[in-house]
Design a protein around this ligand. Structure first.
Ligand code: AHR
Length: 509
């Protein structure tokens, strides 16, 4: 058995746990919207046609913000197609996903869905085929409070109150040659700056996200962020980051170390943003919106878009089936996002339903939780207060993709109000258990609340509609607290959450 230790001290804070770290993403792609969140006629559907079973699982997942309507889709989207009487809305070709968009759901329905789900909408504007004026029109339609054309149109369409959307993405993945209206960094940086400047004339308090790179393996990674921020620094609050190249392609050890790469990605974007800050003599710091991240098996048939004359409505697309190892990686990516809470101020797992998603549905039928649902839901529910920098002693192993990686990775949170401490930890070993000791310093008398571990001797086990429960996070019976030391055995390829609280009557000072 391997051994490792984590020391937790509430004095070593990185920053607050930010609710927006637990964001998600709904794109008009495949069955994410139609037969995903929306299916009139489904036995659980509400008056807007939104599936109640999906709403319930969305709440259980603990999602806080939802980015909409894309994704690649937004770069060809005319938002006004999705407003007004549903039976009069046009059907359009969606070039991004070679599909037909019926526009049964648009911004007003989406915002109503957000209210039901208890999540904050995060809107993306089309800077692919469109520009400043359309962004302003959409902003006025959503948030306008005056007696003006688009605000009145929203009222006439049944939304008397403004939608009050605070966070806006200025386009999507504009660095990607696959993007409709793809641009060079100079072209996009200017357009993002001008769009942001105009949107702030309407409302200076909007929170605006400039597109960063579609991944850190883009040839323009680094120089793209540098140029875009050189143009737009004073006008935006966030630069985005996206990553999808984490997949198990026969090298499980590398796959399990994916968070090493996410750490490096985040730190590279921070360094680039801070270099622009220094050169431009800016005061403020730019935060990262990691608004698309997940495991995605892009080369599998599931991700093949329709072709030729086939332009289906809501085809089965990107419906990856996630296994136990995928869930361990997703849990570890959340550890990475939390560890960088000083600079990652928002994140959206892509996507919410059916499309590379924690929640799956059958049209007209059942819904179920994929394996990746569990680490997300437990982290979102229990990680509260401040993120703590932990001192970690772990054996390491060599990976082909990411070099030397720790066998164990961990982060902790401390809620000063309740005194609760949460340790999130993975064992990346493919063969060995790890005996982990968690040292608790400066916390006073603590009691053990629970230790839950997600693992299975067969790490390829995946949930289905018929069996979503064989592998769930289970109480880890090896866990025990003695004085200031929690001991627990972590099985190979596992993700765990360890929870502690102050002893009854212990002071929280
Ligand atoms: O999430 C799926 C797609 O991945 C999004 O549409 C795009 O932004 C990214 O490339």
């Amino acid at each position: 058995m391997l051994t490792a230790s984590v020391t937790v001290d509430p004095a070593f804070t990185v920053g607050p746990v930010r609710p927006r770290t637990f964001g998600s993403f709904v794109e008009h792609l495949g069955r994410c919207v139609y037969t995903g969140i929306h299916e009139p006629g489904h036995p659980t559907a509400d008056a807007d046609g939104f599936r109640g079973d999906v709403l319930e699982l969305t709440r259980e997942l603990g999602v806080t913000t939802v980015r909409y309507p894309g994704g690649n889709f937004v770069s060809g989207y005319r938002w006004e197609d999705g407003i007004g009487p549903v039976d009069q809305r046009p059907r359009r070709l969606d070039l991004a996903w070679h599909s037909t968009e019926p526009n049964w759901v648009g911004v007003d329905e989406f915002v109503r869905w957000c209210r039901s789900a208890g999540v904050e909408p995060m809107m993306a504007v089309n800077l692919g085929t469109r520009g400043v004026q359309d962004a302003l029109d959409l902003l006025e339609y959503c948030n306008g409070t005056s007696d003006t054309h688009f605000a009145n149109l929203r009222r006439a369409n049944g939304s008397e109150q403004p939608h009050g959307i605070r966070m806006w993405c200025l386009g999507n993945e504009m660095d990607g040659p696959w993007q409709i209206g793809h641009k060079t960094a100079e072209e996009y940086g200017r357009l993002a700056a001008e769009t942001a400047r105009a949107m702030r004339m309407v409302d200076p308090d909007l929170e605006l996200v400039a597109c960063g790179s579609s991944s850190s393996v883009m040839p323009t990674f680094g120089s793209w962020e540098h140029m875009v921020l050189t143009e737009a620094y004073e006008h935006v609050d966030f630069v985005s980051a996206h990553v999808y190249y984490y997949e198990e392609d026969g090298d499980l050890g590398s796959f399990l170390a994916s968070a090493v790469n996410m750490d490096h990605f985040i730190e590279s974007v921070v360094a680039t943003a801070d270099a622009v800050r220094a050169a431009g003599k800016h005061d403020k710091r730019i935060a990262i919106s990691f608004d698309e991240w997940n495991v995605w098996y892009q080369k599998r048939a599931e991700s093949k878009t329709p072709e030729g004359d086939d332009w289906p409505v809501a085809p089965v697309l990107l419906e990856d089936k996630y296994n136990v190892a995928d869930a361990v990686v997703v849990g570890n990516l959340l550890i990475s996002l939390l560890r960088h809470t000083d600079r990652v101020h928002a994140a959206s797992q892509a996507q919410l339903v059916n499309v590379i998603a924690p929640i799956m549905t059958e049209p007209g039928g059942r819904t179920w939780r994929q394996t990746i649902f569990h680490p997300f839901a437990l982290t979102a529910r229990h990680a509260k207060g401040s993120v703590l920098r932990v001192a970690l002693e772990t054996p390491t192993y060599d990976t082909a993709k990411y070099g030397e990686a720790g066998v164990v990775d961990a982060v902790a949170t401390h809620d000063a109000e309740t005194g609760e401490v949460v340790v999130l930890v993975v064992n990346r070993s493919t063969s060995d258990e790890v005996a982990l000791e968690v040292g608790l310093r400066g916390l006073g008398g603590m009691r053990f609340v629970e230790a839950l571990t997600l693992s299975h001797p067969d790490h390829t086990w995946a949930a289905t509609a018929d069996d979503a429960d064989t592998v769930l996070p289970q109480p880890n019976e090896s866990a025990g607290l003695e004085g200031e030391r929690l001991s627990v055995t972590l099985p190979p390829v596992s993700w765990s959450i360890l929870r502690l609280a102050p002893e009854e009557g212990a002071s929280q000072d």
